[in-house]
Design a protein around this ligand. Structure first.
Ligand code: AMP
Ligand code: MG
Length: 404
């Protein structure tokens, strides 16, 4: 058995960032940028008004009230051809270029217009309500850095920088094969001894939530021939994931059968609960993760090992070392030599403290508690008993539309 830390290191060293591809902005949300985005324009391109009002020379109206002659009008999208001379003003609207000669904007609310003249009632400071050229960014400025997962804000910025296409890392293609004689597809009528296969669905969704592309290869029975035939489905994938059949039972055939297909096992068995009998290796150059069949084990191992691997393949910069934590709402017994990941709910105490309440039952077949949990509480190997109120490390489940 190797430690979780060693296992993760070995998984990560077996994968690398995938090559980049070019996508339009409209298809770039959530993708990881492969090349810095530099502005192709200066924004604003010239000084513009931040308000509706009058463009003036501050010196002319230093002593308010002052009366100016209105010599024109300019709105966003137009340009005032002339120049504002002494004693003159130009009616201006938000976003319009500030006319030559003017240096300040007086907001409409501080003026009174009548008969081609305007009375300025409040003296503006020079430069008031003028957005200078390049206030937002200048041509050549880097707006979004390579290695970042693109947000709606980043895409807006790229658009404003006149960059309509982005180079992003290719999505990892992950083939997923569920093994087990007892499995039937969700929606089927189930016979005696059969259960519904949930791992194919949950792991596919997990891969998509992590930014990958899932290729669900379906269910294969615990049969050497069938398994060997299906292994070919991994061809062209960036990673193969199997669920079930990874343990030591007579019907656990993944290692044996894939071994004959060229699987080179890097490690098998990790000091982790749930998920001890995890296999990791390479089959024909493709990394292969053999997850245990229990639904909670497969998803917890996916969270701990697959998610970081998929992130690295997408070119994401590794997350910092900060480890989120919470305070235990109830005591926990001493741990054995496996690193434990306990399903728990999170709540806030009145003073804002984040509280973690582990479920009483942690059997790795119990998918309902996983779905109802907000995080996993991490218990280090051989951790001593923990009292209620003790601070513990947690692994929160990412939330949002692509939550895990
Ligand atoms: P295994 O790892 O093949 O020994 O399976 C361990 C447990 O997980 C058994 O109770 C299986 O029935 C169950 N199991 C295996 N594959 C799946 C699956 N795709 N969906 C739900 N449960 C599964
Ligand atoms: Mg099985």
């Amino acid at each position: 058995m190797i430690s979780v830390e060693q296992a993760l290191k070995r998984v990560l060293s077996a994968v690398a960032a995938l090559p980049a591809e070019q996508v339009p902005l409209a298809r770039a949300l959530g993708r990881v940028l492969a090349e810095d985005v530099a502005a192709r324009v200066t924004q604003p391109p010239a000084a513009v008004s931040a308000m509706d009002g009058y463009a003036v020379r501050a010196a002319d109206v230093a002593k308010a009230p002052a009366v100016l002659k209105v010599v024109g009008k300019v709105q966003a999208g137009a340009v005032f051809k002339g120049k504002v001379a002494r004693g003159q003003a130009v009616r201006i609207f938000t976003g319009a270029p500030v006319p030559q000669g003017a240096d300040s904007i007086v907001i409409q609310e501080d003026t009174e217009a009548a008969g081609g003249k305007v009375t300025i009632k409040e003296a503006p400071k020079p430069g008031r309500y003028v957005r200078p050229a390049g206030l937002d960014f200048k041509s050549g400025d880097v707006g979004v850095k390579s290695g970042r997962r693109l947000t709606a804000r980043d895409l807006g910025l790229a658009a404003a920088m006149n960059v309509p296409w982005l180079k992003v890392h290719r999505r990892p293609r992950v083939a997923i094969l569920s093994t087990g004689d007892e499995l039937v597809m969700p929606g089927s009528a189930i016979g005696p001894g059969q259960i519904l296969s949930s791992n194919g669905i949950s792991l596919s969704a997990f891969v998509v939530a992590c930014g990958g592309e899932a290729i669900d290869l379906g269910i294969v029975p615990d049969d050497r021939k069938a398994l060997a035939a299906m292994a070919g489905g991994a061809r062209g994938a960036d990673m193969l994931i199997t669920s079930g059949g990874a343990s030591v039972g007579e019907h656990d055939l993944v290692q044996e059968v894939l071994g004959k297909q060229g699987l080179k096992v890097d490690f098998w068995k990790i000091a982790i609960r749930p998920g001890k009998p995890l296999i990791f290796g390479r089959i024909g150059g493709t990394p292969m993760l053999g997850l245990p069949g229990n639904p909670v084990s497969s998803l917890v191992c996916a969270l701990i090992f697959l998610k970081p691997a998929l992130e690295k393949m997408q070119g994401l910069k590794p997350a910092g070392d900060a480890k989120p934590s919470a305070v235990l709402a109830k005591p926990l017994p001493q741990n054995d030599r496996r690193q434990d990941y306990l399903r728990a709910t999170l709540s806030h105490r009145k003073d804002g403290t984040l509280l973690a309440t582990p479920f009483a039952k942690q059997d790795s077949s119990m998918l309902a508690t996983l779905a109802h949990a907000d995080c996993l509480v991490v218990r280090a190997p051989n951790a001593p008993a923990a009292k209620s109120g003790e601070r513990v490390e947690i692994v929160p489940f990412p939330s949002g539309p692509a939550g895990i």
